[in-house]
Design a protein around this ligand. Structure first.
Ligand SMILES: Nc1ncnc2c1ncn2[C@@H]1O[C@H](COP(=O)(O)OP(=O)(O)OP(=O)(O)O)[C@@H](O)[C@H]1O
Ligand SMILES: [Mg+2]
Length: 336
């Protein structure tokens, strides 16, 4: 068992350092590795106890892979993962069990993630059975009723089946299931992306209430910066396997410092009519993570790129208190 390093304080419930996940692509008759999908490529950040960190970025930027690697649902290629000061990167299955209970996931699609043949009660109780908690059937029933109430559903619903519920209600069932084993840390992987816009805020508000009520720590993954703005204490912006910017939520929205964040924010309509944002349209598609651009991975779509960006990999540096960005330019008007 490894000892926490000085910077791995227990104030951080979860921390990753230099995390990499490359998916090998095999080819030829010998099935050799011919290339790697660099889904997560040297990512470091922490989530403090009781904090919500938003993780945003375009499709394919590596958000889900970060979340699933932290939970050890996929094995990291390199780097380290800490939970409550303990390194869990290479913990064997039998020792991982306790952590499996402490870390749960809420999935994007509440239609695909609930077994249609199980009652809601059995779906929510399943993790209790797996982890051998609330031994008797009656104790489990009571816990399920309590969980349904906690997420704003009627305890009588435990006898029904998922198809009898709307998208928002199903996501509440998914949340109740994740909370059943009293986890400390939740990865919410685009929990509202599949829902109607009108329902999204209700589910985000529920997660926020639960966070406060239960003292949860959450990694909240989303495509869209607008979704995570209010629930997140801090937000990390990912692009092509790397964190481009990381800052307290308010600072990031009021004063983005990375060209990629600036572009993402420009797409969000501001409710304040006095705030005028120029709409920045990113040219082209996100490059392939198999062969990402040299230097700064964002440079091929960055309107501020200079020659040096092609050969210098920008470090994620603190440019204001608690505000980090990975960009070598500190002379861009409005962003520095
Ligand atoms: N099992 C896998 N094998 C090969 N490549 C994978 C695998 N899982 C993910 N990838 C690739 O890794 C990259 C990052 O994927 P990931 O799902 O983490 O992105 P994401 O940011 O969650 O995207 P989305 O917003 O679409 O959910 C993508 O290019 C994806 O195709
Ligand atoms: Mg994803």
């Amino acid at each position: 068992m490894s000892v926490a390093t000085p910077e791995t304080t227990t104030a951080n419930l979860v921390e990753v350092k230099n995390l990499k996940k490359w998916f090998p692509i095999r080819g030829g008759i010998l099935s050799r590795v011919v290339a790697n999908v660099k889904a997560v490529n040297d990512v470091s950040f922490a989530v403090k106890k009781g904090e919500v960190v938003g993780l945003v970025g375009e499709s394919g930027s590596g958000k889900t892979t970060v979340g699933r690697t932290i939970l050890r649902l996929i094995e990291p290629t390199d780097g380290s993962i800490y939970f409550d000061g303990q390194e869990i990167t290479h913990l064997p299955k039998n020792q991982l069990r306790a952590y499996r209970r402490k870390m749960q996931i809420i999935f994007q699609d509440p239609f695909a993630s609930l077994n249609p043949r199980m009652t809601v009660g059995d779906i929510i109780a399943e993790p209790l059975v797996i982890h051998n908690l609330e031994g008797s059937a009656q104790a489990r029933n009571e816990r399920v009723a309590e969980l349904l109430e906690l997420v704003g559903l009627n305890p009588d619903h435990m006898r029904r089946y998922p198809h009898e519920f709307s998208g928002g209600q199903r996501q509440r069932i998914g949340i109740a299931r994740a909370l059943a084993v009293r986890p400390e840390f939740i990865v919410a992987d685009e929990p509202v992306s599949a829902l109607d816009v009108s329902i999204q805020a209700q589910v985000v508000n529920l997660l926020q209430d639960l966070k406060e009520q239960l003292g949860l720590t959450i990694l909240f993954i989303a495509h869209d910066l607008a979704v995570v703005e209010y629930i997140s204490d801090r937000v990390a912006v990912m692009y092509l396997g790397k964190i481009m910017e990381l800052a307290p939520s308010r600072d990031l929205y009021l004063k983005p410092r990375h060209p990629y964040t600036e572009a993402l924010l420009s797409a969000i309509p501001t409710p304040d009519p006095t705030v005028k944002r120029e709409r920045i349209v990113l040219q082209g598609d996100i490059p392939s993570p198999i062969n990402p651009p040299s230097g700064c991975v964002f440079r091929t779509r960055c309107r501020y790129a200079i020659a040096e960006c092609a050969y210098t990999v920008p470090e994620l540096k603190e440019v204001a208190p608690g505000h980090f960005k990975a960009c070598i330019r500190d002379d861009i008007p409005g962003l520095s």
